[in-house]
Design a protein around this ligand. Structure first.
Ligand SMILES: Nc1ncnc2c1ncn2[C@@H]1O[C@H](COP(=O)(O)OP(=O)(O)OP(=O)(O)O)[C@@H](O)[C@H]1O
Ligand SMILES: [Mg+2]
Length: 245
């Protein structure tokens, strides 16, 4: 069908990303064609260097493909200007990283308010929304702690609250449990399960850990910049619905 179909949150058509380093070209992505359903929980796996983070940067509008098309909610975003990309990114996408990416000597609350600085909502509303986002990840009472006084799991919760605060349709998480022990990682996954199930946020997560990947409903495997496999099964989120939400 030639017309854009809006039943998929993401549609990738033959995405290629080539990095040029001096004389050498690195083909990080070699033609990725793939679609993601609304409210999907997708895990992306694959060996180091297979292109996972490159793909996440393109999905997050932090980078542009060398060629190919990316439709986000039916809109071709592959050729937008930087400003247009930033506007869509701020409105629709939340990010969670392995190393949390928080301002360390700043309170949890201020970190979560950060994405709202450039929006035109009042400081009162920004505060209310940040408080609510922190409560949603189980950090009520921790709002005024500096993030460098928090545990790894708590820091990742702050990062998730920050990703949530603009009410995104899509959350991208690159190795969100990579710096956490397995128990804390499972707690973080419970939060992701709830966000996916209760708020219908589409979740795309990169992980090396098969246990973490098993929470997702769908697993996509990359190798050398190409899709080499896909698995669909009931995810751990579906098997054991997160409680306490
Ligand atoms: N900014 C860059 N400049 C040049 N080459 C890059 C850049 N970013 C990534 N690459 C190269 O692109 C390829 C894919 O890298 P990418 O970071 O996407 O892999 P990955 O699957 O995320 O790996 P890991 O599991 O180690 O995080 C690698 O060969 C990498 O060296
Ligand atoms: Mg990576």
């Amino acid at each position: 069908m030639g017309l854009e179909m809006n039943d998929k949150i993401i549609r990738l058509e033959n995405i290629v990303r080539i990095y040029q380093i001096g004389e050498t070209q690195v083909q990080a992505l070699r033609g990725i064609t793939y679609s993601v359903n609304y409210s999907e929980f997708l895990a992306i796996m694959g060996p180091s260097g297979s292109g996972k983070s490159t793909l996440m940067s393109i999905l997050g509008l932090l980078d542009r493909p060398t060629s190919g098309q990316y439709f986000l909610e039916g809109v071709d975003v592959s050729k937008l200007s930087r400003d247009e990309m930033a506007a869509i990114r701020n409105r629709k996408i939340g990010f969670v990283f392995q190393n949390f990416n928080l301002l360390s000597r700043t309170s949890a609350l201020e970190n979560v308010e950060l994405p709202m600085i450039y929006s035109h909502i009042s400081s009162k509303e920004a505060r209310d929304r940040a408080m609510a986002a922190l409560a949603a990840v189980g950090l009520k009472g921790w709002e005024h702690h500096r993030t460098n006084q928090l545990s790894g799991g708590q820091m990742q919760r702050v990062a998730i609250a920050r990703a949530l605060v603009n009410d995104p349709t899509l959350i991208l998480a690159d190795e969100p449990t990579g710096n956490l022990d397995s128990k804390t990682g499972a707690e973080i996954m419970d939060i992701f399960c709830r966000l996916n199930q209760e708020r219908n946020i589409t979740l795309i997560m990169v992980t090396h850990d098969p246990v973490i990947a098993s929470y997702a409903r769908r697993r996509l495997y990359l190798k050398d910049g190409q899709i080499v496999g896909e698995e669909v099964s009931q995810g751990a989120c579906d098997r054991a619905p997160a409680s306490g939400g």
